[in-house]
Structures are given as C-alpha cells and as structure tokens.
Design a protein around this ligand. Structure first.
Ligand SMILES: Nc1ncnc2c1ncn2[C@@H]1O[C@H](COP(=O)(O)OP(=O)(O)OP(=O)(O)O)[C@@H](O)[C@H]1O
Length: 309
C-alpha cells in the first residue's frame, strides 16, 4: 500500500497535559478513513496537527511524503479541509469565493474557470455559479465548501463532521457527491463524524480514546470482533421452542412474547429455525453495527447529531 498519511510516534502535550500519546497510523492513498472517538479523545488535536494548524510535541507526521512540521506550505497544498463552521464569504458569489481561493493556492490562472466549472458541475451547482452565497441553502453551501476544498486538486480531503446539522436527505446526497469526487479524483478522505452510517461505508475506521488509537481496521473486521449477532422471534408453540433452545444450547430470554437470543453459530441457528418453521410467527436477526463497536471499546455511544458522551 502507498501511505498518503503516515503518522509515527505522534504525541502532543498542552502544558503538562498529554492530549495525544504516542500514536501511529497510516492511511492508504485513495481510501476513506473514518476517525472516531468520544469528546476529548484527541481527534481535533490530531487533525489540527495534520492540517499544520498546531505543532506536535513528538513524532513524525507525513502527508504525501511531506513533513507537516518542516514543510507546512507543501502540506497545505496537498490537503483540502471542510470544517463544521462555514467559512464562505456570504456577500460574494460562488465564482468570486472560489476564484479567490484558487489565487491564494496558486492555481494557474488559465485553469481556474475550467476547474471551478467542472467541480460545480459534479455537485450540481453550475447554474448557481454567479449567485451570491447568501442565497444558497445550508446543504448547497456545504457543497460549495467541498468544491472549494478540492479546487486546488489536493490529494487528501479532511472532512470534520461535514454533514452535521443537515437533514438526512441532504446528508445522503452530500455523501454521494463526496464518494463520486473521491472515485473520479482518487482523493483520500479523512473523516470525522457522529453519524455511524457515514463511518460504516469507509474503508477503515480508527477509534481514538484517551489520546490513543484503540482500534484501526475495516468496519467489517471491527464488527466481527466486537459485536454479537442477536435474534428475536415469536412462535405459536413456545414449549417446543424452549425445549429446542435448551437442547441446542441457545441461552434465551423471554420479553414481551418474544424470545431474545444470541447467534454465535449461524449454521446451528438456521437448523433451529428450520425445525421451528411451522410455528414461527415473527423473526428478526440483527447484526451489531459500528455503534456497538464504539460502545464496546469506549463505553460510550455515538449520538446522532451530537457528541459522544
Ligand atoms: N489548547 C488546549 N489547551 C489545553 N488543553 C487542550 C487544548 N486543546 C485540547 N485540549 C485538551 O486535550 C484533550 C484532547 O482534545 P481534542 O480537542 O483533541 O479532543 P477531541 O477528540 O477532538 O474532542 P471533541 O470531539 O470534543 O472535539 C482534551 O482533554 C482537551 O481538553
């Protein structure tokens, strides 16, 4: 793998307080990486250091082979950032906002218009090009922020809770745009989010807690390792089901007319279901999700639209 982000032995003290403790990780070029953690875990400290906004205490942080402490200008050219707080100038048009960003980043003048047009087209905003930013909806402004973060053709896009505060429909569309841009431009996505479904679709998920990265793996591997599959079922003949569960060693609980059980061995569970097929009234099998992984690891829940508490 080619590591576009390469962090080794990164630590950060604020005075005497160790906020990030000897953290190492890599992010593969062209992949999407979700960075999760409860409040105070050290996520912002890590992202702000990678984005050259604060300096490390120890370690080496490289983006596209460039050292964030020693080559901050080169690193800034290699990254795009979309933060939660909107930073577009409301009194300027989309075009004016984007052109001033291009000039700041040294995009060749003869390429500016074409790049802006192409990216606005990807996020369905071409016809808004010469409108004032203040006339756009919240979701549209966030799309313009993504265009702005990409118009200097960065290799890594940092998205810090990019969809917080947007309605579910707009969130889904935003995410479609981000994925499309990622594929077309082979951009690496580094995402923080409180929406578990956004982390689920990333190639890898790292969970930080207490200044350390506790796990870093694919969502599938994390779910396999840290969650349980559960089933609930309702049957006509409860006695028959109880006998079968005891015989086949399925510990169960009965709540509100439903049997609740853990499915450790799927093959064995399917056999049980098969034996009960005449009597089953209702059944649901639930796999653990990343929220369960997060809860298992940190003892806290990622709350939708809010901070993990
Ligand atoms: N400038 C600062 N001075 C002193 N302590 C700080 C400073 N910035 C952060 N901290 C502390 O460092 C720890 C890590 O903070 P950080 O903001 O990186 O966490 P986080 O995971 O981003 O949390 P959140 O989700 O709340 O933003 C916290 O205990 C925080 O109080």
């Amino acid at each position: 793998m080619t590591a576009i982000i390469d962090v080794k032995g990164f630590s950060k003290y604020y005075g005497d307080y160790l906020a990030v403790a000897d953290v190492s990780f890599e992010v593969e070029e062209g992949s999407s990486f979700a960075f999760l953690g409860p409040n105070g875990a050290g996520k912002s400290t890590t992202i702000n250091t990678l984005c050259t906004m604060i300096d490390k205490t120890a370690g080496t942080l490289l983006i596209d082979g460039k050292d964030v402490s020693k080559q901050p200008k080169e690193v800034r050219k290699a990254i795009g950032i979309v933060f939660q707080e909107p930073t577009l100038d409301q009194k300027m048009t989309l075009q004016e906002n984007l052109v001033s960003h291009c000039i700041f980043y040294g995009v060749p003048r003869n390429e500016i218009d074409e790049r802006i047009g192409m990216l606005l087209n990807l996020v369905d905003l071409v016809e808004w090009r010469n409108k004032l930013v203040s006339t756009l909806s919240g979701g549209m402004k966030r799309r313009v922020e993504i265009v702005r973060a990409l118009v200097h053709y960065p290799k890594v896009l940092f998205l810090d809770e990019p969809t917080t505060g947007l309605d579910p429909q707009t969130r889904n569309r935003m995410w479609e745009y981000i994925m499309k841009l990622q594929k077309e431009k082979n951009i690496t996505i580094f995402l923080t989010t409180h929406y578990i479904e956004e982390a689920e679709v990333c190639d890898r998920v790292a969970i930080m807690d207490g200044g350390k990265i506790v796990v870093n793996d694919t969502p599938q591997a994390l779910k396999e390792q840290y969650t349980k599959t559960r089933a609930i079922l309702k049957v006509k003949n409860e006695r028959k089901a109880e006998i079968l569960f005891l015989q086949r060693e399925f510990p169960y609980e009965k709540k509100g007319g439903y049997f609740h059980l853990e499915v450790k061995d799927l093959g064995k569970f399917i056999e049980v279901i098969h034996s009960l097929k005449e009597t089953i009234l209702d059944i649901e099998i639930m796999k653990g999700n990343l929220n369960d992984v997060f809860l298992e690891i940190t003892g806290k829940e990622i709350r939708e639209g809010g901070d993990a508490k």
